[in-house]
Design a protein around this ligand. Structure first.
Ligand code: 5AD
Ligand code: SF4
Length: 449
């Protein structure tokens, strides 16, 4: 009988990538991915620890999955509940004590061991955890990807040595590691062969990627890597995320000038607009330095869309500091942004700082910032009404006959068409825009009208 695997992913794009690779690894054991929990022999949650809320979600979710497991048991069916990802790394064995329904737990650097762990569990019913940082990379053990999606992720770098004082990533994902050029190129080619038209190169500090060229002689940086990836026939679009401001090189900025396949979009989190707060966060740049980099991107590629992450209510943030965050957002005019209330994370230096900010203040600051950022996003999108823009179609829309895709500037766009547009890049005349999406008409429709 066919075996099934259900995966629910929380958190960042790296987790989405990891979930795809877990599916690749379990496919070799005969597990086929399904969206239906009730038919799944394995129920897997890939977790996130970045903010308190993200981690809290796990326990209610495990409870729900356990209900399904019990119902399946009445039909004589065995079900394995597996928890993967950053919460496992952070909590270690404690995770089993907090929730008895979890059968196996695996950290983000160890999921290549899942096939072995599943076999062991099925043999002896031992609850197992793997949350080491193994000396060898998981990538050496994973099978070649069979994942197929029009727009897909490829992890090129993982981990972080920056130790921002609020952040769990150095503890959950370990120290910085760059995959080799040949490994990345092999995976990129496989993804394109499986139908990818767009690849998003991923890393917690993606622009810290470095490696050697094929001759093992010269050092390469992210700009050089993008150039190599752009040579792959059939690949139409390249993106990368997330970048760390002070590590942006002129070579990467130049890549935006010179490589057509590289999309005009940069996610460059500033986090806060006050130098005092940036220093307390242990961010290695000043506001002036950040603005200089933005200016360089805009000179190289005047139409580039810029996005950022923000944290409000970091310990010690004064009203004046926060006003500076608003001012910087006003100055840059972001196309998209993600903003969060500061969330103290266990084990991080900022969680021990004495001058924590009251929840009510954080809430109020977040509301003010989000209002501004939403207005900016709407203004950015509205500029495109009346323009014709190329959209890469990736999925079906919510309504029948509706297709969704992405502009070069990462705007979600929908159009209506009788037949599937998935996988095509087509010119779309934009007819309306909201803060979160664009609507338009396919150009041939206009010509036929
Ligand atoms: N509290 C709130 N936001 C956080 N981020 C990371 N750690 C925290 C935290 N402790 C945000 C940052 C980061 C994004 C992925 O999540 O803005 O860029
Ligand atoms: Fe969450 Fe960070 Fe782990 Fe991604 S790397 S899942 S953002 S804790």
């Amino acid at each position: 009988m066919k075996k099934h695997l259900y995966i629910k992913t929380f958190g960042c794009q790296m987790n989405v990538y990891d979930s795809n690779r877990i599916a690749d690894a379990l496919k070799q054991l005969g597990y086929h991915q399904t969206d239906c929990k009730e038919e799944a022999d394995i129920l897997l949650l890939n977790t996130c620890h970045i903010r308190e809320k993200a981690a809290d979600k796990l326990f209610s979710e495990v409870g729900r999955l356990n209900e399904i497991k019990k119902k399946r048991a009445t039909r004589g069916l065995d079900t394995l509940i597996i928890v993967a990802g950053c919460v496992v790394q952070a909590q270690g064995k404690e995770i089993f004590k907090k929730n008895h329904a979890i059968d196996l737990a695996v950290g983000p650097q160890s999921y290549h061991k899942l096939p072995q762990m599943i076999a062991e569990y099925l043999r002896a019913h031992n609850r197992l955890i793997e949350a080491d940082f193994p000396a060898v990379s998981k990538f050496d053990f994973l099978p070649q990807t069979t994942h197929s999606e029009v727009s897909t992720f490829l992890a090129i770098q993982e981990g972080c040595d920056n130790f921002c004082s609020y952040c769990v990533v150095p503890y959950t994902r370990g120290c910085e590691y760059s995959r080799s050029l040949s490994e990345i190129m092999e995976e990129a080619r496989a993804l394109v062969q499986n139908g990818a038209k767009e690849i998003m190169l991923l890393g917690q500090n993606v622009n810290c990627w470095h490696g050697l060229d094929y001759e093992q002689k010269n050092e390469m940086d992210l700009g050089d890597l993008i150039y190599e990836v752009s040579k792959i026939k059939g690949l139409e679009r390249i993106r990368y995320t997330t970048s760390y401001p002070s590590k942006i090189t002129d070579n990467l900025i130049n890549a935006h000038r010179e490589i057509d396949k590289l999309m005009p979009y940069i996610h460059l989190p500033i986090q806060a607009g006050s130098d005092t707060v940036l220093k307390a966060m242990n961010r290695q740049y000043t506001v002036a330095g950040y603005l200089e980099i933005i200016q360089k991107f805009r000179t190289a590629r005047p139409d580039i869309a810029i996005s950022s992450d923000f944290i409000v209510g970091f310990p010690g943030e004064t009203d004046a500091d926060f006003e500076q965050t608003l001012a910087i957002a006003q100055h840059v005019q972001y196309a998209q942004s993600y903003s969060f209330k500061y969330s103290p994370r266990p084990g991080t230096p900022a969680s021990l700082m004495k001058n924590q900010i009251a929840e009510s203040v954080k809430k109020e600051r977040l509301a003010r910032l989000q209002k501004l950022l939403l207005e900016q996003q709407k203004a950015f999108n509205k500029r495109f009404v009346g323009q014709t823009i190329f959209v890469l179609f990736t999925t079906k829309g919510a309504k029948s006959g509706q297709w969704m895709g992405w502009t070069p500037y990462m705007q979600n766009t929908h159009v209506e068409a009788p037949n599937s547009l998935i996988g095509q890049i087509l010119p779309v005349k934009i007819t309306s825009a909201t803060a979160s999406s664009l609507s338009g008409t396919l150009i041939p429709d206009i010509l036929n009208a």
